[in-house]
Design a protein around this ligand. Structure first.
Ligand code: PMP
Length: 430
């Protein structure tokens, strides 16, 4: 089928809401590139939105999936235990300990991981309220949408889940207003404390959920002192801290978990995306004493921890360990940060360059004003780069952020080739 035919046929049978932000298609892929139906090569700076840290189709993962599919393709884990589930759980506990004793359970998507994290937090505390943040993204299920900030992800989909409370994200770029950074962070922590007196009482709050680096929101990074201070406040009030690592995990920031940069260990964490290199699997992890508070019968699902998914994810993690994915994340991040910091000096449309490890983004604004987003320039840049064989994706509540989520196995020459295309097109368009 040609690319044109594929799009026409797609539009005939798919609802309009299943839109794509580009007119490209992928017929095959390897490493950091994909090929369309005509065999045209694209450098992939989207990485399946953070799924492909280990690259497209890593051979050990493909092999493990094929082998498991021929041995045991399915049991319903709630009724029949299988080995790949336990091996994967042990591997995660080994690389991501949550204190002295850690427990883990599997589901199929990031949104489901968030749903289950909330179910566990509510059972563990006997409380209902969940505090989340502006710009946060936590999935497309009812709870996921309720916790998600961007309005266009949920227009007309309500009513949303009750007992959700939202605070402004500690975003210095937009809300710092010339204040010293440290003073801004202290003020945001004070605002959190006030919130517990003016909006919701702490003994009604089960958990606070946030992404250490907001993904869909536009790669805003939680200031270290804020997360540490928030953790302290949560501990004082018996509120659980849930960190959503669905996009930031597995080497993206140069560590298995972005929270490792902060010296904070959450009570509960959520994982998906690059854990399985493309196979649908997600995890909820947490301190054993918290995880064990959820009652038997309240967690599970037909495909949750399916043997093929577990075998694929185990091979994916072992492969990432073998190639030292965290080192690769650091290296890719360094190249991105250096390149964009230099480019910002030539290009006034770049309002801010920010990043943690390889989770690096540029924000495009008018007149160097953080509050004048430039989504049109962003869209035009994405289209111009696609025409030259570089696949980019945007992010941000206003759609004015370009985030790089390229596979971390990308070679330095290919990474630089992609960045050079971006540079030339941005300078032409701005
Ligand atoms: N949390 C975060 C931080 C995410 O980035 C995403 C997906 N972009 C999700 C949750 C939802 O994951 P999924 O699409 O697998 O349901």
């Amino acid at each position: 089928m040609t690319s044109k035919e594929l799009m026409e046929r797609r539009n005939r049978v798919l609802p309009k809401a299943m839109y794509t932000t580009s007119t490209l298609n992928a017929a095959s892929a390897k490493g950091a590139v994909f090929y369309d139906a005509e065999g045209v090569e694209y450098i992939d700076f989207s990485g399946g939105i953070g799924v492909l840290n280990a690259g497209h189709c890593p051979a050990p993962v493909s092999r493990a999936i094929a082998k498991q599919a021929q041995t045991l393709m399915h049991t319903f884990f709630n009724v029949l235990t299988h080995e790949p589930y336990v091996l994967l759980a042990e591997k995660l506990v080994e690389i991501l300990p949550h204190g002295e004793a850690t427990k883990v359970m599997f589901v199929s998507t990031g949104a489901e991981a968030v749903e289950n994290a909330v179910k566990i937090a509510r059972q563990a505390t006997g409380r209902q309220g969940i505090i989340c943040y502006t710009g946060g993204f936590h999935g497309r299920t009812l709870m996921g949408m309720s916790l998600t900030s961007k309005v266009s992800y949920k227009t007309g989909c309500g009513p949303f889940a009750p007992e959700i409370y939202r605070l402004p994200f500690p975003d210095y770029y937009h809300n710092g207003h010339g204040q010293a950074f440290d003073a801004f962070v202290e003020q945001e922590l004070e605002n959190f404390k006030k919130y517990l007196s003016t909006v919701v009482a702490p003994d009604n709050v089960a958990a606070v959920i946030l992404e250490p680096v907001q993904g869909e929101g536009g790669f805003y990074i939680v200031p270290p002192r804020y997360l540490q201070g928030l953790h302290e406040i949560c501990k004082q009030h018996g509120i659980l801290l849930i960190l959503d690592e669905v996009q930031s995990g597995f080497g993206r920031t140069g560590k298995w978990a972005a929270y490792e940069h902060y010296g904070v260990i959450p009570d509960i964490s959520t994982w998906a995306k690059s854990m399985g290199s493309g196979i649908p699997i997600a995890a909820v992890m947490g301190k054993a004493e918290v995880m064990d508070k959820a009652l038997p019968g309240t967690l599970g699902g037909t495909y949750a921890g399916n043997p093929v998914a577990c075998a694929g994810a185990l091979a994916s993690i072992e492969y990432m360990q073998q190639i030292d994915i965290n080192r690769k994340g650091e290296q890719v991040g360094q190249t991105l940060l250096n390149f964009f910091t230099k480019l910002k000096k030539e290009c006034p449309a770049i309002g801010e360059v920010r990043g943690l490890g390889a989770m690096v983004a540029i924000e495009l604004v008018k007149n160097q004003n953080p509050n004048l987003p430039d989504p049109d320039l962003t869209k035009n840049l994405v289209a111009a780069c696609a025409a030259r064989g570089l696949f980019l994706i945007s992010a941000g509540v206003y759609g004015n952020v370009i985030r790089v989520l390229c596979p971390l196995v990308i070679s330095q020459p290919m990474l630089k080739k992609g960045l050079e295309i971006m540079r030339e097109e941005l300078l032409k368009l701005s």
